[in-house]
Design a protein around this ligand. Structure first.
Ligand code: A3P
Length: 305
């Protein structure tokens, strides 16, 4: 009887999800953003950062949540129970996130210092107070092909974002830089440039997969912390893919806009998944575009597992 009820509940939830409208897009200074974010833009731009704020920045689907959980555990000296006090989006406000009953700016304003904030904004749209107050920033970047595939599956399951259409359609929109938060190329390149004049720790998803301990150590040093080796090991374990996938405080379950039947938030967590998605022709076109876009930067990515 209980199993039947469960099935019924799942069915009615799915029916509800399918009726939710897709999010809409608009633009600020030529960058495509969620329409709701644009509607609150003046307030976001006027956001008052504090000198001890830490900003975690990334292109969407580059490993933001992973970095956020690592940072939270470091700040709590590896105390897992403390880091499970609430879902990650409550512990670290998402600056430009704007909903009918909630927004990241109000959430951050109400929070005591020191605060850790999250953003996907391209560097030129980050509120100027972050630069004026010289806030520390951690930027995490992921190779474009895997980033694109992850973003496509996320848009399929997330009604807050526009409908991604078919993979072939999405491929073109992504390469044209018309997805929400703009061009991957400009995002990673401009943040890379910014680190020459600002305290930014620039890390890579692929390095985190390859040697999480080394990368977490970099974050610890950047935050000016001093943690024992056993605490570091604990953080490595608790931020591993399987542990985070099963942690309700990091896996974004309980969000009615996300349909886990289509794709989980913690989907695969690997490098090279693009090989399962790109056609040969798409790979060729992508490589040609990539060379052109990345010709003017020293930034390089690892795409081959
Ligand atoms: P996939 O869709 O390729 O699986 P973000 O947090 O920026 O939205 O990024 C989500 C991506 O990071 C997803 O990629 C997710 O699985 C991956 N991810 C999250 N936590 C991870 C972890 N601990 N280890 C490896 N990958 C992780």
């Amino acid at each position: 009887m209980q199993a039947v009820d469960k099935d019924e509940a799942a069915k009615s939830w799915e029916a509800e999800w399918s009726l939710l409208p897709h999010g809409e897009a608009s633009q600020i200074d030529g960058i495509t953003l969620e329409k709701q974010t644009c509607s609150l833009w003046e307030k976001i731009w006027a956001f008052q950062a504090r000198p001890d704020d830490l900003l975690i920045a990334s292109y969407p689907k580059a490993g933001t949540t992973w970095t956020q959980e690592i940072v939270d555990l470091i700040q709590n000296d590896g105390d897992v129970e403390k880091s499970r006090r609430s879902p990650i989006q409550q512990r670290q406000p998402f600056l430009e996130c704007t909903r009918a009953t909630y927004n990241g700016v109000d959430q951050a304003d109400a929070m005591p210092s020191p605060r850790t904030l999250k953003t996907h904004l391209p560097v030129q749209l980050v509120p100027p107070s972050f630069w004026e107050k010289n806030c520390k920033v951690i930027y995490v970047a992921r190779n474009a092909k895997d980033n694109m595939v992850s973003y496509y599956h996320f848009q399929r399951m997330n009604k807050r974002l526009p409908d991604p259409g078919s993979w072939d359609e999405y491929f073109e929109v992504f390469l044209a830089g018309k997805v929400i938060w703009g061009s991957w190329f400009e995002h990673v390149k401009n943040w890379w440039r910014k680190k020459d004049s600002h305290p930014i720790l620039y890390i890579f998803y692929e390095d985190m997969l390859k040697d999480p301990k080394r990368e977490i150590r970099k974050v610890i040093e950047f935050l000016g912390k001093n943690l024992k080796e056993e605490v570091l090991d604990k953080i490595v374990y608790h931020t591993s893919f399987d542990v985070m996938k099963n942690n309700p405080m990091t896996n974004y379950t309980h969000d009615k806009h996300l349909n886990y039947k289509l794709s989980p938030f913690m989907r695969k967590g690997i490098m090279g998944d693009w090989k399962n998605q790109f056609t040969e022709a798409q790979n060729k076109k992508f490589n040609e575009d990539y060379e052109k876009h990345m010709a003017d930067t020293s930034l390089t990515f690892c795409m081959e597992p």
